[in-house]
Design a protein around this ligand. Structure first.
Ligand code: BYC
Length: 316
């Protein structure tokens, strides 16, 4: 048996034994690469995800709503930063990660390539998008890579606040005037299917799932999580008194789950490939922010060099 195979067997035994893998432990190159891919795409999703919601900060309908939304968007920035730090523990630099995003090499969640057209979309994003994210991320608190799993614990707590603020916006609209309820219905109509797409392709079309489940990077498959989301969300829509835009949605007594209609996979892959309604706008916003922030990064480096050379004293 080659030394490499021995190491891989020992690694798999640690995973099977539910031990966490830490940055300095030996790991197969593919395990490291898969984590860099997934954690960085997750980080990019948090940062790009600030854009559709940031669009409504100045137009939130009250001070209370503005404060809630500001706090949520700031939380997303924090999530991005924890996740970039977790990715860096695998030996990739922050600059490389940003470069992958800015050149379109790295993906981010398809959901953020849809526009936010009304205030109700902020409710729908909190309710559905954060709701879907929590289902995926609670699983990730038990993922096998220590720094990723630990980052997810705090992120999930914050996502749970985000989901509630979104649902409460929807509830307020649904208990308001008919025009407000119609706005909530319209937001649900536009965000339902893209939210189901967040879980990724069907298991049969997912090239990464089998290995990721074996390495306990993923504890559940894309289809299992999607089903869990549908089962949890349908009663919430019923309570709001609005209709999920799927004529095939119905409770299946035998399976103990909701059956639901076919996702438009052509639309999903188009959005993933960069051809969604807002892909170009989102990427441009991130590249512009990077370029316009160059002077801040340069000033920070110049300041830290001066401190190192004892030319200035650190101020608070
Ligand atoms: N969008 O083999 P598969 C948030 C790609 S942000 C785009 O199943 P995997 C929030 C996939 O990357 C939450 N691409 O892959 C923030 C792969 O391509 P590559 C974001 C997608 O990795 C602000 C290919 O399709 N959450 O909560 O095993 C405001 C084949 O897929 C998508 C995360 O990132 C998609 N939807 O499973 C509000 C969670 N789906 O990379 C809220 C962490 C698939 O091979 N990520 N692709 O070229 C994961 O759990 C997994 O990466 C996925 C996909 C379940 C998403």
């Amino acid at each position: 048996m080659s030394p490499e195979i021995k190491l891989e067997d020992a690694f798999q035994a640690r995973i099977d034994d539910e031990q966490k893998i830490e940055p300095k432990d030996w790991m197969p190159e593919k395990y490291r690469k898969t984590h860099i891919r997934q954690i960085s795409q997750h980080a990019h999703s948090e940062i790009v995800g600030m854009l559709p919601e940031g669009n409504w900060i100045t137009r939130a309908p009250s001070l209370k709503r503005k404060l809630g939304l500001l706090a949520k968007v700031q939380d997303e920035a924090g999530h991005g930063l924890y996740l970039y730090s977790a990715a860096e523990t695998l030996g990739i630099s922050r600059d490389e990660l940003f470069d992958q995003l800015h050149t379109g090499k790295a993906k981010y969640s398809s959901i953020f390539n849809y526009p936010t057209l009304s205030w109700a979309d902020i409710g729908a994003i909190g309710w559905l998008v954060d709701g879907a994210a929590i289902i995926n991320q609670v699983m990730l608190t038990r993922t096998s890579y220590g720094p990723y799993a630990r980052a997810m614990v705090r992120i999930c707590k914050e996502e749970s606040f985000h989901q509630r603020q979104g649902y409460e916006i929807m509830l307020t609209l649904c208990q308001g005037m008919p025009e407000q309820k119609a706005m909530a219905q319209d937001a649900l109509n536009r965000f339902w299917w893209p939210s189901l797409m967040m879980f990724g392709p069907r298991d049969s079309d997912s090239p990464n799932t089998e290995q990721s489940v074996k390495w306990k990077i993923k504890r559940k498959t894309n289809d299992e999580l999607r089903q869990q989301f549908v089962d949890i969300t349908v009663p919430q829509a019923e309570y709001l008194g609005i209709t999920i835009p799927d004529p095939d949605l119905k409770w299946n007594e035998d399976r103990g789950h909701y059956d639901f209609g076919e996702i438009d996979w052509e639309e999903f892959w188009q959005v993933v490939k960069g051809n969604g309604p807002c892909n170009k706008e989102r990427l441009k916003a991130r590249v512009d922010a990077w370029e316009e922030g160059a002077w801040v990064r340069e000033a920070a480096v110049a300041y830290s060099t001066k401190i190192k050379n004892n030319e200035v004293k650190r101020t608070a």
